[in-house]
Write a protein that binds this ligand. Structure first.
Ligand SMILES: CC(=O)SCCNC(=O)CCNC(=O)[C@H](O)C(C)(C)COP(=O)(O)OP(=O)(O)OC[C@H]1O[C@@H](n2cnc3c(N)ncnc32)[C@H](O)[C@@H]1OP(=O)(O)O
Ligand SMILES: O=C([O-])CC(=O)C(=O)O
Length: 373
């Protein structure tokens, strides 16, 4: 490329349409997130994460018979893979759970003889295995952090209830489980976000599903993406009282720091998922009697708006909700991953069905024509 030609660089791919998708969209006039035609917030009130996985992968909500067959396949794959269990036992309990989950998914790929097969049916079987295994891995990690052995999955329970069972040997109240299920459904899918785009880039090389999901987990880990739900909770822990919020926010902004859980690349009038997740958070607060945390949450929200007119994203209410549900803060982003695998898989299937290698260009700014030393 010569210097006379100056192509436009779309830094961060801001505003670039990289492909088409039929998986989800945000309806701008109503600021509504839509999964295959249905508002995500409405789905979150009535359905399970299994229904949403089916919807995203197969294009329609399942009939009762389809749902039974699908959940049977998921539950048949619930048992924590022995290769992963053995390896997890050798790891340091303070290893970051996203590193453990990423490696666990890679192990699942390395031990599955069907990994190289890219056809739709095999991919859906692998995806079903991941949907079943990822919660088992995350729950085992939660327990490994406390030197506790894994609790076997209960094939009589759905994914959300089973996750509590595998983490705590206890299932909380129905409203609490509903609040968790809501979070999983709201986290399930969000267009060409960084981790989904990563999965599509990997898929575009004709690599396998496990490689795409392993890479997507890596992309989700960063605090500008999924890692923000953990960072939100660390922030709320640093702010002692609602009165301290404005000062804390002002000082952070003076240091040019990002306030975690605020702002969004796509939403400019607020994240469409926040009202539904905030309602779920309030349910959890009522169950746990944690009005002090809710007061700090609102104080930070007000302070960030006053200082910078930034609105919260889904990670802001999800962080404190997961904390009050009893999960360790470092497993918040792995929980996001075990929900988002539904969206990642839908995009892997869509990318493969009409593939083009994703390979953009860069404007070279390095030295030219240097003689060898
Ligand atoms: C589920 C999810 O993954 S949602 C995203 C979770 N991530 C976070 O919550 C991390 C905090 N938020 C952010 O860093 C950003 O809002 C992002 C990365 C999510 C989106 O940012 P972008 O669309 O790339 O916007 P960009 O980074 O260009 O920011 C635009 C302006 O808003 C500011 N800004 C945006 N978000 C924040 C924030 N959370 N705190 C402080 N300032 C912010 C930027 O500093 C910038 O200001 P400037 O123009 O004065 O320099
Ligand atoms: O869409 C994005 O860029 C990030 C996000 O909110 C998500 O992935 O849920």
């Amino acid at each position: 490329m010569t210097s006379e030609q100056s192509p436009t660089v779309h830094k961060g791919l801001v505003g670039v349409y990289a492909d088409t998708t039929a998986v989800s969209t945000i309806d701008e006039p109503t600021n509504t997130l839509i999964y295959r035609g249905y508002p995500a917030a409405q789905l979150a009130e009535r359905y399970s994460i299994e229904h949403i996985a089916y919807l995203l992968w197969y294009g329609d909500l399942p009939t009762a018979a389809e749902f039974d067959a699908f959940t049977s396949r998921i539950r048949a794959a619930y048992r924590l893979d022995p290769a992963v269990a053995d390896w997890l036992a050798t790891t340091r309990p303070d290893t970051h759970p996203m590193d453990l989950l990423r490696t666990a998914v890679s192990i699942l790929g390395a031990t599955d003889s069907s990994t190289p097969q890219l056809d739709r049916d095999t991919t859906l079987a692998q995806a079903t295995r991941l949907l079943a295994q990822m919660p088992a891995v995350v729950a085992a990690i939660q327990r490994h952090r406390h030197a506790q052995p894994p609790i076997p999955a209960d094939p009589g329970l759905g994914i959300a209830e089973n996750f509590f069972h595998m983490c705590f040997d206890d299932i909380p109240s129905e409203p609490m489980v509903r609040a968790f299920e809501t979070s999983l459904i709201l986290y399930a899918e969000h267009g060409f976000n960084a981790s989904t785009f990563t999965a599509r880039v990997v898929t575009s090389t004709l690599a396998d599903l496990y490689s795409a999901i392993t890479a997507a987990i890596g992309a989700l880990k960063g605090p500008l993406h999924g890692g923000a739900n953990e960072a939100v909770m660390y922030m709320l822990q640093q702010i002692d009282s609602p009165e301290a919020a404005a000062d804390w926010v002002r000082r952070a902004l003076e240091r040019k720091e990002r306030i975690m859980g605020f702002g969004h690349r796509v939403y400019k009038h607020g994240d469409s998922r926040v009202p539904a997740m905030e309602k779920a958070l309030k349910t959890v607060v009522a169950e746990r009697g944690a009005t002090d945390l809710l007061a700090r949450y609102h104080a930070v929200q007000d302070a960030v708006y006053q200082a910078k007119q930034l609105l919260p994203n889904l990670d802001f209410p999800a962080g404190p909700a997961y904390y009050l549900m009893g999960f360790d803060i470092p497993i918040f982003t792995p929980i996001f991953a075990m929900a988002r695998v539904t969206g990642w898989v839908a995009h892997v299937l869509e990318q493969r069905a009409d593939n083009a290698l994703i390979r953009p260009l860069a404007v070279y700014t390095g030295p030219t024509s240097r003689p060898l030393p």
